[in-house]
Design a protein around this ligand. Structure first.
Ligand SMILES: *Cc1c(COP(=O)(O)O)cnc(C)c1O
Length: 223
């Protein structure tokens, strides 16, 4: 890497290199710039450079930050990457272009109802708790087929599967497992890979990578 590259040039370069190694077309990989905790002023430079796809993990924070930015950049695209409570489904459907953490039957119902009411369809990724960890969101791999069936019959557009592998161990086997689950269940998209592992995720088939720290720097600790 050369010293003068901006963080976004560096990430874009790494994506291109991973795609080349994996013999994938760069257009198959969407970079979601995860702007959670960062103020509008930190997001604008990326928008000015032409980046359009962003991720937030809290409905309230996104409601505070994004309407103004979206007004100025109407073609910007906002993804909800964090857990969603069913009572926020209406707000999420109104604000976001894509939802990444659909992980339980009650949320399928709440989102279907919200979409119906607002006459809109928001593509959703079904989150899988790929390491079967107690504290993590996502459905268990064994529950996936039934949940997908429910999503499909509720007419929610299925964008793909999403996972957050266990921290601090090699993520590749988990990415490979998510891809196998997607193949087995006829699902196309794969939302996987963060700042520390997006190149690995690309080599294992990611279609959407969610990168925060590598673009925006460290987040301050949550208050
Ligand atoms: C915060 C977050 C990211 C981005 O993490 P970085 O390590 O900062 O790139 C990706 N996915 C989810 C679900 C997140 O909450």
């Amino acid at each position: 890497m050369n010293d003068t590259a901006t963080p976004s040039e560096e990430v874009t370069g790494n994506i291109a290199r991973a795609c080349k190694i994996a013999r994938r077309d760069i257009d198959e990989v969407t970079l979601i710039a995860v702007s959670k905790t960062h103020p509008a002023g930190a997001i604008e430079p990326l928008l000015e450079q032409g980046h359009r796809v962003f991720g937030e993990n809290r409905v309230q924070e996104a409601q505070d930050k994004w309407p103004k930015l979206s007004e100025r950049y109407p073609d910007s695209e906002l993804h909800l990457i964090g857990q969603l409570q069913s009572n926020k489904a209406d707000d999420a459907v109104a604000l976001f272009d894509c939802i990444h953490a659909l992980d339980r039957p009650s949320l399928v119902k709440a989102l279907a109802k919200a979409m119906d009411k607002q006459g809109t369809q928001v593509p959703c990724f079904v989150q899988v708790n790929i390491g079967e960890e107690d504290q993590k969101g996502g459905c268990l791999p064994a529950e996936l087929p039934a949940l997908l069936k429910q999503v499909r019959s509720a007419d929610i557009p299925l964008a793909g599967l999403m996972c957050i592998p266990p921290f601090e161990i090699e993520p590749a086997p988990f990415f490979a497992f998510l891809r196998k689950l997607a193949d087995d269940n006829g699902v196309a998209g794969l939302s996987m890979g963060m700042s520390s592992d997006y190149e690995t995720a690309i080599m294992l088939g990611a279609t959407h990578i969610r990168v925060g720290t590598a673009l925006f720097g460290q987040r301050s600790a949550p208050k």
